[in-house]
Design a protein around this ligand. Structure first.
Ligand code: MN
Ligand code: MN
Length: 477
């Protein structure tokens, strides 16, 4: 090293000293990192392969938490107290999860919170979905979140969800993931007859009302029966699940891309799969808190629902379920003036809004200011602000909090980069950051960059998954 340094000219030396190079996170990894990257990504692929819906993700997350020694709020309510080191989880409506580890410091001094979301864009079945047309049976769908409709035709699709029967019985449905299970599909026109379709704008080539799922084509075997294909489907659903057509009115069934997450590339450096926005952050945040013992600050991880439709509903971040969860914890800590303690706790908390951002894609130039763009494989992305048209709707983190995170990440050897979602005036987007910021806490958006975000097959770099895990862990430590 010394000889090399001597050979450098004063200008090059000065450049080394003063210029920031945003290097690939793959460089300078030791063998321990390399092994950890493989292990965490194998496990992560399993997580996204099994967690295809918010319900499934919540269920899997609770199981992982229980295996790590977390107990439900109900358990602590029975005991009547929470003491430092206790690990608590709460699940709301089977779709949102909050985890805490009680710290030795007073909770009034604030928590370290990492918040991600476990819902993802998809097609929901309409309340009356089943119909027959031209001797084929279909389900009508209504898409959830921001999709490009043409992504959803001619790919194998799976169906997951719950049907609530009149007597209250809940039927869990999951079909299309295993290799021996049937899948479903939405058709597209053949190129030969697409002259009219091809002249339409991409946003209009496939319509919302056109996203109808083929579910069958074989009629019930009886001469002259009307709508025999639909009847045959109803017969099969009755035999397999005990369902009648009316039961769809009280169901939540989600159509998602079928099949597991996959390794991508000869070097297997990427993970491809559905729902990585934002299950990549949910998974890494969850792993980060499961690793903690006896913290000083109270730690918290939020896995929220409904982010993709604006965080509304009682499982979305705009509802009070999170605030109520913290109130329960504070009460069990036996703090006098619990209402003030809750306000102080929020005011003094720090939060990472763990969500993905859009990486530079060489196939689509001009989407980013390259000086301020997030890149695949360059580590966890800190997004000071999001929003659109002049940061509108964005949290815009304070430089002081960013500075603190910069030190935390550097000290822990986490490779990070700065990134805007896209070029000014091109578009934009939001996260749950601004909702938590309303309580007065410091919030910073950070997570990995994805390619093909909101598509049925999103891509993430494995080294970025690892750096997110390490980053969230360093923040919670
Ligand atoms: Mn997201
Ligand atoms: Mn999203």
């Amino acid at each position: 090293m010394m000889i090399e340094e001597k050979e450098k000219s004063p200008g090059v030396l000065l450049q080394d000293q003063l210029t920031k190079k945003w290097e690939s996170a793959w460089k300078d990894l030791d063998s321990e990192d390399t092994l950890a990257i493989k292990m965490i990504n194998d496990d992560y692929i399993d997580f996204i392969s099994r967690g295809k819906t918010e319900r499934k993700c919540a269920e899997i997350s609770v199981k992982m938490a229980e295996d790590a020694g977390f107990k439900s709020l109900e358990d602590y309510l029975k005991v009547g107290k929470i003491v430092p080191g206790n690990k608590i989880y709460m699940i709301h409506k089977k779709k949102a999860v909050v985890l805490f580890i009680a710290g030795s410091d007073s909770i009034e001094n604030g928590m370290a919170i990492v918040g991600a979301h476990i819902d993802a864009p998809r097609l929901d079945l309409k309340p009356s979905p089943l119909y027959e047309c031209d001797d084929m049976a279909f389900f009508k769908t209504h898409y959830y979140g921001g999709i490009k409709k043409y992504h959803w035709v001619t790919i194998p699709l799976a169906l997951h969800g719950a049907v609530v029967k009149k007597d209250g019985e809940i039927i869990d449905i999951s079909i299309g993931e295993a290799a021996d299970e049937p899948v479903f599909c939405i058709t597209d026109l053949l190129p030969h007859l697409s002259q009219e379709q091809n002249t339409k704008k991409m946003s209009e080539g496939i319509t919302g009302e056109g996203l109808n799922l083929i579910v069958g084509s074989q009629p019930f075997n009886e001469k002259d029966i009307k709508e025999g294909v639909k009847l045959n489907i109803l017969k099969l659903l009755s035999e397999k699940y005990g369902l009648r057509e009316e039961d769809f009115a009280t169901a939540e069934l989600e159509v998602v891309p079928a099949g597991p997450g996959r390794n991508v590339g000869f070097d297997e450096s990427l993970v491809g799969g559905y729902g990585q926005d934002d299950r990549v952050c949910a998974y890494t945040a969850l792993k980060a808190i499961l690793d903690q013992e006896n913290p000083k600050r109270t730690l918290c991880v939020i896995l929220a629902d409904k982010e993709e439709i604006g965080s509304y509903g009682n499982t979305g971040m705009q509802s009070h379920f999170f605030e109520n969860s913290v109130a329960e914890v504070i009460d069990l800590m036996g703090i006098t003036k619990p209402e003030l303690a809750l306000r102080r706790c929020f005011m003094h908390s720090e939060m990472l809004s763990a969500d993905v951002t859009a990486g530079v894609d060489p196939n689509y130039t001009g989407t980013h200011d390259k000086l301020n763009a997030p890149y695949i494989g360059k580590g966890i992305v800190l997004s000071k602000y999001g929003g659109s048209r002049g940061k509108s709707g964005s949290n815009d983190a304070h430089a002081e909090f960013m500075g603190k995170m910069r030190k935390t990440l550097d000290d822990a050897g986490v490779v990070w980069q700065m990134g805007e979602l896209g070029r000014v005036d091109l578009g934009g987007g939001g996260t749950i950051a601004h909702i938590l910021a309303e309580y007065g806490m410091d919030v910073l958006d950070c997570g990995p960059a994805l390619l093909s975000m909101h598509s049925p097959f999103e891509l993430v770099s494995k080294v970025d998954v690892y750096m997110c895990f390490k980053g969230y862990k360093a923040f919670l430590n």
